[in-house]
Design a protein around this ligand. Structure first.
Ligand SMILES: [Zn+2]
Length: 355
């Protein structure tokens, strides 16, 4: 068993001696009898807590508001049980830890930046790149990381980690490796989906494509030959424009050419651009996370534009791609036939890491 590596005032560790009872540990954390009653009534599995034995271990975690978050029960002679508590109630889970007994882990604690702290923790550049490629779909590394956030990497002897888990103040993002049929390993959330998104073809319900991506065209306003490095979607003034995939807002700007324009980063390489909008969605700010289909603004004709339309761009590492032809990244899914095994394994890794 790995050592418990997360110590703080919200975690209580107990080991049962002769004559101990679970409720004694429960009350030592300051939690109420009312909550204990709710817990014991929530699931038939709670009965296991009535018959504990010397050597059985308990870890009770509370959140910052002193609400119950999680109980990990590790009996001496049976499989561990994890109870999580949330607004939706209690969830009981029994895990089999035997098959993952060989795993090790490294922890990167953020003091400056992922790159700096991962290097300091001895993580290979290749693995740091894996972390950036995956987590940047959910995390803005410049804004979202705080001191003390952790990245935990679990290993079973291979070059690539079997799990990469971000543990932050506000959220935890666990990713697990799975080898696809073509032998390529990807990282998936416990729901079997990669963290990256698939893209919609267009960021609005459009009437027609009024101008395609062209290397050179005669610009109707500037009266010169210019390249058109995006797709123009004709649509009436005021029609909602949405993000074509989940991402993080990079800029919300008013520019002379693009007019009211929004830039969205999707992972480490892709950026989409939405120009000439009449107005932005209220409250939209750089650094905000947006989901696929979330409205970011409304069709207009601001900037250098001859009439209401949405100018849309896709850029890969800064290079403009033709939105009508470019095959954007797809969200991958663990095949249905492998899902049960994948989820079982993922839960074992989490239990082994005490997450
Ligand atoms: Zn255009």
């Amino acid at each position: 068993m790995l050592p418990v590596h997360a110590h703080n005032q919200h975690e209580f560790n107990f080991e049962a001696s002769r004559g101990d009872a679970f409720y004694k540990f429960f009350f030592k954390t300051g939690l109420s009898g009312g909550l204990l009653n709710e817990l014991m009534a929530a699931d038939g599995l709670a009965k296991r807590l009535n018959n504990i034995y010397p050597g059985d271990k308990f870890k009770i975690s509370l959140d910052d508001n002193h609400n119950l978050k999680k109980i990990i029960y590790k009996p001496v002679s049976a499989n561990p049980m994890i109870i999580t508590s949330s607004k939706e109630g209690f969830r009981f889970l029994i895990v089999n830890v035997q098959p993952t007994a060989g795993i090790t882990h490294s922890t990167v604690v953020i003091t400056k930046s992922l790159n700096y702290d991962a290097k300091k923790a001895g993580i290979e550049a290749e693995v740091i790149k894996l972390m950036v490629d995956n987590f940047s779909w959910e995390l803005d590394f410049n804004r979202d990381l705080s001191k003390g956030d952790k990245f935990i990497l679990a290993w079973n002897g291979a070059d690539k980690p079997i799990a990469m888990i971000y543990v932050g103040k506000r959220k935890t993002i666990p990713l697990f490796s799975h080898e696809g049929t073509k032998g390529k390993t990807n990282y998936y959330q416990i729901n079997g989906k990669t963290l990256n998104d698939s893209f919609f073809f267009a960021p609005l319900k459009y009437d027609r494509i009024s101008s395609s991506f062209q290397k050179r065209r005669f610009h109707p306003i500037q009266k010169t030959w210019k390249s058109h490095r995006g797709t123009d979607f004709a649509a009436p003034q005021g029609r909602p424009v949405y993000a074509t995939a989940k991402g993080i807002i990079k800029h919300v700007a008013v520019l002379s050419g693009y007019g009211n324009v929004v830039y969205i980063n999707h992972g480490p390489h892709l950026t989409t651009v939405y120009a000439h909008m009449s107005r932005f969605e209220k409250g939209l700010r750089s650094g905000h996370r947006v989901s696929k289909g979330q409205v970011i603004g409304y069709v207009g004709s601001t900037g250098m534009s001859t009439g209401p339309h949405l100018h849309y761009e896709i850029r890969l590492d800064g290079v403009h791609k033709d939105p009508e032809k470019y095959n954007t990244l797809k969200q991958l899914t663990v095949p249905q036939g492998s899902m049960t095994e994948f989820v079982r394994h993922a839960k074992e890794v989490l239990a082994e890491l005490n997450i």
